[in-house]
Design a protein around this ligand. Structure first.
Ligand code: TMP
Length: 415
């Protein structure tokens, strides 16, 4: 038995055993398992990567769980290098501030607080803040930024610890982290313990309908245990005595959803209609049917063919291609489509922690973004396609000098 991997036998939301497997991506290294030069000769550990669709509640999830400490203790992903993400956080903080009339006595807790980027906005409004995150390296950065941070995973036990130390929270936020958490019941028990009676729980995650519509198969990786639709999520929320009181779709990360929750009460809930709208939409779009997922898998195979044919053709013409954005999703794409150093000379990325490292599996070297303009390769394959506009705007000069971008999803496009 592998102590770092556990097969999922029951749905994480409804506990059903009716799990239908689809999109078997084989064995892959963890997507943020970047490597140092001296590690390149060593064998990389690979884990099963396959999806399941719960035929009882409709929840889409991975077929297995890699031990979280292995992926999150030393983390390399930080959202604060993106203007789009920071604007998104700023708007979230503003909405919560207005909704709860936050002041200097209010406490905001952020689950998966990373380098504290979201909490800095709440702090600027004068509220007390605390983050919780298992990444020891990035939590240190948050502390240096003046954001008190507890190191650890969020669950009932850590929620009790935080409550003892800081008191109950007016607002709990969790952006792009809930999909990382195996024990969703533990999350809701923790929120229930920590949140004040009339507090708000706000979360954001990529939306399953966008993933399916835009063929975002490369966002499926070991860190993302769940791919949420509203229908199963609502079941979970209500199971723990909460209700969705606001819901909005966001453009970020290829299409996400922001949900605000409060404890269920007898007050009229204005969000009921919009929640019903989404549940109908999901039914209409057949998110609750096997065929949707089979069709999705077939389309991924089609995409592999078109992208690899394009790249092979360009290489035959002697063109030089590099990658843009050493995103986790890029590591899924390059590994699955077998795009190695023979195709991509290197990848440029804005994250300081990733520079000088090599991508997991394909071992492609990572350099700073300014190399693109200096080196002028013929094509840059945008692996971080969720930031394509931000990247192309930043690299206007590369394009003006004749450089071309390739966007891989939802269909291969050259710009
Ligand atoms: P993500 O898709 O997991 O958020 O990762 C995006 C990656 O793209 C991350 O490694 C940072 C990188 N990136 C750039 O290199 N330049 C940019 O302008 C932006 C916004 C992101």
């Amino acid at each position: 038995m592998d102590k770092d991997f556990r097969h999922v036998t029951r749905c994480r939301i409804c506990r059903s055993t009716e799990l239908y497997r689809f999109l078997d991506l084989g064995f892959m290294p963890v997507p943020n398992g970047f490597r140092k030069k001296e590690e390149l000769g060593k064998k990389e550990k690979k884990y099963e990567l396959c999806c399941c669709f719960c035929e009882t509640c409709g929840h889409v999830q991975l077929s297995g769980v890699v031990r979280p400490q292995l992926m999150f203790t030393n983390y390399v992903y930080i959202p604060s290098t993106s203007k789009v993400m920071m604007n998104n956080f700023s708007r979230l903080a503003h909405q919560a501030y207005v909704a709860k009339s936050l002041d200097e006595f209010s406490l905001v807790l952020d689950i998966g607080s990373n380098d504290g980027s979201l909490l800095t906005f709440f702090k600027a409004y004068g509220s007390k803040v605390v983050g919780i995150d298992p990444a020891e390296n990035i939590s240190k950065v948050a502390e240096l930024n003046g954001i008190p941070t507890e190191i650890g995973l969020f669950n009932l036990a850590s929620a009790n610890k935080v409550k003892k130390k800081y008191g109950a929270a007016d607002v709990i936020t969790a952006t792009n982290v809930i999909a990382h958490i195996d024990d969703l019941y533990g999350v809701f028990r923790g929120v229930d313990t920590l949140l004040k009676k009339d507090g708000l729980f706000i979360t954001e995650f990529p939306y399953l309908l966008d993933l399916i519509d835009k063929l975002e198969f490369d966002t499926i990786y070991h860190e993302h245990l769940s791919y949420f639709a509203i229908s199963p999520w609502k079941f979970l929320v209500e199971k723990f005595g909460f209700e969705i009181c606001d819901l909005e779709r966001l453009q970020i990360h290829g299409g996400s959803i922001r949900l605000t929750h409060r404890r269920k009460s007898s007050h009229k809930n204005k969000a009921n209609r919009i929640v019903d709208y989404f549940i109908n939409l999901e039914e209409e779009r057949k998110l609750n049917e096997r065929q949707t997922y089979d069709l999705f898998s077939q389309k991924v195979i089609g995409l592999k063919k078109s992208l690899t044919e394009l790249i092979d053709g360009l290489k035959k013409q002697g063109k030089r291609i590099v990658g843009y954005g050493a995103a986790a999703k890029g590591n899924v794409l390059t590994n699955l489509f077998n795009i190695g150093r023979d195709k991509l000379d290197y990848i440029v990325d804005s994250t300081p922690y990733k520079l000088g490292l090599y991508t997991p599996g394909m071992n492609i070297p990572i350099f700073a973004e300014n190399r693109l303009l200096k080196d002028m390769p013929d094509y840059a394959l945008i692996l971080a396609w969720n930031f394509a506009n931000e990247i192309m705007e930043k690299q206007k000069a590369y394009k003006a000098k004749g450089g071309k971008f390739i966007i891989p999803l939802p269909s291969v496009t050259i710009i």
